[in-house]
Design a binder for this molecule. Sequence first.
Ligand SMILES: [Zn+2]
Length: 326
Amino acid sequence: MDREQIKALPKVELHCHLDGSLSPEFISSHLGRSLDFKDLSVSIECASLNEYLEKFDAEIKALSTPDAVRDGVMDVLAQADAENVRYMEIRFDPFCLAEAGNAMTPDDAVAASIEGLRAGTLKYGVKGNIILCAMRHFDLEKNLGTLSLVEKYLGKGVCCMDLAGAEAVYPTSGFKELFKAARTRNVPYIIHAGEADGESSIRAALSFGAKRIGHGVRMQGIRELENEFVEKGIPIEMCPTSNFQTKAVTGIYPLREFIDAGIMATINTDNRTVSNTTLTDELESAKGVANLTDAELVSLEKNAVNASFADEATKNDILKELEAFL
Ligand SMILES: [Zn+2]
């Protein structure tokens, strides 16, 4: 498949942060000053995940009102539509937006994002769900607030809770109570793990019962752990450009290793603007680094469909389109 065919391929994106993926045009118009990718993205010289996370300031400031959050979600769906993404899950931390916002509560931010999702689906035909991120630097009480918002809007535009933030500073093992509460309330959750921290973080996420793992790249070379992912059928959300930028991966990208191990791998952007990338770019680079066949590229998209929180009809429609593509 060449680049144009990869662009035409029906696609699904599972790991995309709203506040790292707004177009420079959107941010410029909301902040009243002209900014481009040069100002908003990191280069490969980026030293760490912490330096990467500092790039989000302008985007968060551009999401200061419910209208801006609604329009921001539509802006990301427009980008997705331009490269034939059929379904996507967009994530953000509602408390962060409320704190940076102008008299906006976390609940207002979530309601606005769902409005943007509905309007964007009508306008662009891209379906989706919102994921709300609990944050590693928040205390339990605040994260339980995020959990309550997921519970309130579950099945109404929100599909699950995530845990995001500085993984190496706040280990996954410290969030036992949060995920216990999520299980009690029947709220599904996914966890960023194996990005800035290693095996212990991934093992903690698995022991908590995460439905999917964000990144997971640091299980590279750990066969026993890889086998556990295969046995349990836990999908991973890989984000190649971001993984190199944050130094989660510094050598060979583990996609080929994970595919050969039988892990349900998916490819994602993480942050379209901060990483200056698209899903087409990510799949094209994944094809290069892992020497993927056309059938393997289609399989990655089938994995994304099956790992998604989309309804069965949406999943079947996209799977049929993928069957017909090759
Ligand atoms: Zn992420």
